[in-house]
Design a protein around this ligand. Sequence first.
Ligand code: ADP
Length: 265
Amino acid sequence: GSTAHVRVRIGPLTSRFMLILALDQTRERQVEAIRRDFVANVSHELKTPVGAINLLAEAVSEARDEPEAVVRFAARMQSESERLNRLVQQIIDLARLQNDQISENAVVVKVDELVSEACEHSLTESESKGIAIVRDVEPDLLVHGDRGQLHAAVSNLVENAVAYSPEGSRVAVTARLGDGAVRITVADNGIGIPETELERIFERFYRVDPARARATGGTGLGLSIVKHVAASNNGSVEVWSEPGAGSTFTLVLPQHRLDMEEEIA
Ligand code: ADP
């Protein structure tokens, strides 16, 4: 009778509710585990360059009568401290992005400026490897977002393209409109990424080849920043890659159209 009726209607609802609760608990545990891993990783990653700088400082003071050795140690100290600096900056970027919330600092951003600044950011690296960064940007494209975040995202993509490409190769950065969205694409002819790794590369501290990434000064945080920037700016990231042939990353952002009275900051 009525009991069966009630059971039929509430039963599935209740079990669905419980399922959601159970999932939530799992998710909470997952978030907690991710946080714990992150703290452990951060500590480890920060201690490595700090330890190296410390050892190098000791070596310098012991080698003060050998100018050549001092110069060599000093150069390594500089590269370790640059790595440390990048790491700290990326950890700060990531901490700010953690909630994937739309930034309160969203402004109108010119895509051509965004691309120029990102290419500029990797100029020293690209020039020292003889890599030409070729730009092809549709004029007058606008997006609406956090300038600093967007700059960090595009810069990270260009930085990676240069880092994982052979000397004398080309990196192409394009921006155009496709399906009503702005598509900023960074394409290289570098080492590429195996298909099985494509999802994992967006995880924090994940590197396909840790030894190589360390040699290039990689932190394993760049792409997770790109992913969170996309999420925080109503966008997405696409990746295509073929080992040995190259990689293409695309940051997709909603196109912004100016209102009559709106100004570009
Ligand atoms: P990293 O600082 O190590 O470059 P990222 O988060 O930016 O960290 O990238 C994660 C990993 O993805 C890299 O270590 C590298 O293995 C791979 N990767 C990223 N971009 C490229 C690229 N353009 N070509 C080849 N591999 C790449």
